[in-house]
Write a protein that binds this ligand. Structure first.
Ligand SMILES: [Zn+2]
Length: 367
């Protein structure tokens, strides 16, 4: 087995797993194979308590995965009352859900014979690339906006990666990373451009399905910036449906910060592409993406896109902490949205996507 094949949606050219190419005609590549599913629940018993229990849907070589894994996956799913359950994604090796996808990017870097990896990130993906690259002994260079939380930058440096702090917004950071990739022969471990990442984030959907006893809730609420979790989870849903493992698809609701909401603006007007909107800084740094490269793909994949205000995020983070879950600001957006829906979405699962220890703590103003 060599691994998942990617395809350029513009010209149809296919790229083998061992090919480090990350772009073709300009539109981000997609996975060539149709969405796959895990084996039925009864057959999953006794398998490793990592994302590797869904090996049939990952499709990457076992020996490479074994050398790269840090034990990602199988995070707790807990009821929080009021028909809301939380999936504690910060119980991951590098404290965010990004580990699910990054392990596969590093597996591909190994398969492609890379001697170095480059990644750009708002923080958490860069942290994960630094950790997984360290696990396999590959040097890593990570580009982040200079406004990134100092604790995330410290985490990247601790793994031995070099850090480039880029002035300006998230798009400027991506441009700087791409320039470095083009100038050398590093593997671009991009969670935005490389669809192999979505095979990893699909395991979030598989886990919810397995943890609920072989079903999905009425609604999955997911954060959306570049769509790395949304596009994986919608792939998981499609795979489970095609395999006859669920009868119908759940409602997929994506959440943006009101201060930076090009996808929500498009959804409201019925546009198939993200709208160019005025954006202002948001404490939800992990989803502050003004021009998402996969915007049209995300808009086609979700049922609804809503926004939450800065005040709602802060209040949500405080409310979660008072219940025992200490999350970073971005990780409170789905909780805040689900609370604001007042039960309209039925049974809901929300991810707590990143740990509170990654950022500072801004107390919400007293209610
Ligand atoms: Zn092409």
């Amino acid at each position: 087995m060599t691994g998942p094949v990617r395809v350029c949606p513009e010209c149809g050219r296919q790229f083998e797993f061992t090919d480090p190419a990350w772009r073709c005609c300009g539109v981000p590549m997609r996975l060539a194979e149709p969405p796959a599913a895990p084996v039925p629940p009864a057959e999953l018993a006794g398998r490793p308590l990592t994302t590797w229990r869904y090996a049939e849907a990952l499709g990457v070589p076992a020996e490479l995965w074994r050398s790269a894994t840090l034990g990602e996956g199988i995070t707790p799913l807990l009821s929080a009352g009021d028909d809301i359950s939380v999936k504690v994604e910060y119980a991951a090796p590098t404290l965010s859900f990004k580990d699910r996808g990054v392990v596969l990017l590093i597996v591909q870097a190994l398969a492609a014979g890379a001697s170095k990896v480059i990644a750009d990130s708002s923080g958490n993906a860069g942290t994960a690339v630094a950790a997984y690259a360290a696990r396999v002994g590959l040097p890593a260079e990570i580009f982040v906006p200079d406004s990134t939380s100092p604790k995330k930058i410290a985490q990247v440096r601790a793994h031995g990666a070099s850090v480039n702090l880029v002035p300006g917004n998230r798009e400027a950071t991506a441009a700087a990373a791409i320039e470095a990739v083009e100038a050398g022969d590093s593997f671009y471990a991009s969670h935005v451009y490389n669809p192999v990442f979505h095979l990893g984030t699909a395991t979030y959907g598989f886990e919810v399905w397995e943890q609920l006893g072989g079903r999905l809730p009425e609604t999955l609420v997911l954060p959306v910036g570049n769509g790395t979790l949304v596009l994986g989870v919608t792939r998981a849903v499609a795979g489970l449906l095609a395999a006859g493992l669920i009868p119908t698809a759940p409602r997929i609701v994506a959440v943006q910060a009101a201060n930076c909401a090009p996808l929500a603006a498009a959804w409201r007007t019925g546009s198939a592409k993200p709208l160019a909107v005025e954006s202002s800084p948001t404490i939800a740094e992990g989803i502050a993406i003004a021009a998402p490269a996969r915007g049209a793909e995300i808009l086609a994949a979700v049922d609804e896109i809503v926004t939450v205000t800065e005040e709602q995020v802060l209040a949500g983070r405080s409310e979660l902490a008072r219940r025992g879950w200490y999350v970073e600001d971005t990780a409170a957006v789905c909780w805040a949205a689900a609370r604001a829906s007042y039960g309209a979405w039925g049974e809901v699962v929300v991810p707590l996507s990143g740990a509170g220890l990654k950022t500072g703590w801004t107390p919400a103003s007293p209610a």
